[in-house]
Design a protein around this ligand. Sequence first.
Ligand code: M6R
Length: 632
Amino acid sequence: MCGIVGYIGPRSCASILVDGLRKLEYRGYDSAGLAILDTRAMSAGEPAKLNVVRAVGKLSHLDDALREHPLVGSVGIGHTRWATHGRPTEANAHPHLVGEVAVVHNGILENHVELRQDLIARGRKFSSETDTEIAAHLIDIELANGAKTLLEATKNALSHVRGAYAIAVVSRKEPDVVVVAKSFSPLVVGIGEGETFAASDVPALLAHTRDIIFLEDGDIAELRAGGAKIERLLVHGDGAPERFTVTPVVRTPKRVDWSPSQAEKQGYKHFMLKEIFEQPAAIENTLRGRVVLETSDVDGTEIGLSEEAVKKIRRVVLLACGTSHHSAIAGRNWIESIAKLPAQVELASEFRYRDAIIGEGDLVVAVSQSGETADTLAAVRDAKRQGATILAIANVVGSAIPRASDAALYTHAGPEIGVASTKCFTAQLAALLLLSIWLGRRRGSLPEARAQQLLQGLVEMPSHMREVLEHAEICQKVARRQIYTPEARDCLFLGRGLSYPIALEGALKLKEISYVHAEGYAAGEMKHGPIALIDSQMPVIVVAPKDQHYEKIASNVQEVCARDGRVIAVVTKGDTSIAAVAQDVIEVPDADPDLTPFLTVLPLQLLSYYAADLKGTDVDQPRNLAKTVTVE
Ligand code: M6R
């Protein structure tokens, strides 16, 4: 979700900034840019110049642009973008230069719509679609209105914004300063010998310093070559006598001892493991600005359907492939039970080659992490041609599927590097549940009290997910004992209701990264065939949280045990009956039955990860697979 860097010191900084961005390219590579202060003319009494170079695409394009337009100076900021607001164009690339200031930003300003309208009403002209440009205007206005320093102008400006940000700012008016600030998005400051750095992440700094200050939410810092002055900005609610207060803080640098590759993975052995642990934050990002607890509703502005259009929907058809298909199955169940709309889920690769009946009155929901999967894209184009309304649920902003759709609900889970999808799966679940609630409220099928329960449960979900992840070592032990054994050549995953797509997802994860054969099955179907496979060597992973299917799946567990199968059960904390017969039990916190998938999938991802790691497979880039499947 974007990487930012900053430098102030004696050295020429263009290559320092670009090298830093290269280490952050995993955070996004839709576009990149630098803003550098050229102070050469100052000795002759001229003001400093603030020069910006930006390019669309990977950093190599910025390299080319810098060869054509070299930037001179030793104070600057840089950015590599993963598009959220606005397409990946040069106009939307950072840094955003407004008047006296240039700004780079990682995050999302939630109140960008009202701020932009207000600024336009005050005569401000925008040259991009980004929320970041709003921050640049606000700071520029503060400087024009007499703020004495860039730090003061930035503090005043930030007191007007809500949301997540890590920003870095430079100004022609104060060319010996870089101001940085953090709220929710990551930001670190590196302390060197007579030079100071800033970056979204430690790897960008390791070539220059290992003395790192990890800024905390609310921190704002004035960086000079000699070090950092840090303050804590506390913005008060409307009506408070003071808009905000500021207190100086001391943050002592920590000496980090990471190798560069470890650092990119933030100490995790693989990107997949890092992304598994990023899931609570990914869900928070998906929910940010969309859950409206005050009205027990969802802000569905992006869904782009009028109340009247919602009433005309006759059916929802969910199209997806792979892991996204599994989240779509859960989405189908929620749309049926919450929005009370007929819903069906289709593998895009099959749907597009059928003579499927689709057209007006159908809302097609295309689910895709990459937004580029060829089969899903073709199915979407086909459905659109036949008159259906298309809503994309995608992670990569500006990708082909959202572009081919009528509207897009982005998951904002951040870049997913591991080929095996994890955090984007749970982020898709969150987006699909939000959609179901939004539809249900508009169709009158979801009572306010139930909507409130679901939304409250969603908001609390990240902390329950963290609780499961804190006990990851249990999954490691179970993987070693049950799956990484010479006998366990096949595994069966069983679930019912919302746990059925979780069983499918658990089996897919195990297959794709550990190369162990696995089947996901609806537990009620076991007796129609797969039960023949069960013997004392067959691990059967049963997803059995406390919900309306619990008793039925408990009976399936008994059937497996009666045939000497080895049951590994994912159950709700405090379960005693399945726990009494299963060989291994992994507990998840108690949750609303509609929300259990967010929790039960975590142990399955971890089991697969640890089984693959024990086998020594290439976890992040498993054989024969590609992250984005753009072939048919
Ligand atoms: O980018 P998409 O969500 O459209 O990708 C769909 C599948 O290719 C993808 O989910 C694939 O199954 C992953 N490797 C699963 O981990």
